[in-house]
Unconditional design. Structure first.
Length: 57
């Protein structure tokens, strides 16, 4: 369900965060995905979670 490709993952997560979830924690809990794994994968393409804007930038 969650894309493996980092660029697709970025798009998927930012869409979900924008439209459905108030935080990354809520998204990870609901979708049962590992927050650390996601943030690590996206940091590999130089994106980091911005809590204030609730998105990866």
């Amino acid at each position: 369900m969650v894309p493996k490709d980092p660029a697709m993952l970025l798009s998927f997560l930012n869409l979900k965060l924008r439209d459905y979830y108030p935080s990354l924690e809520a998204l990870c809990e609901d979708l049962e995905i590992d927050r650390e794994e996601i943030t690590e994968k996206l940091s590999g393409i130089d994106y980091h979670y911005d809590r204030e804007n609730n998105r990866f930038v």
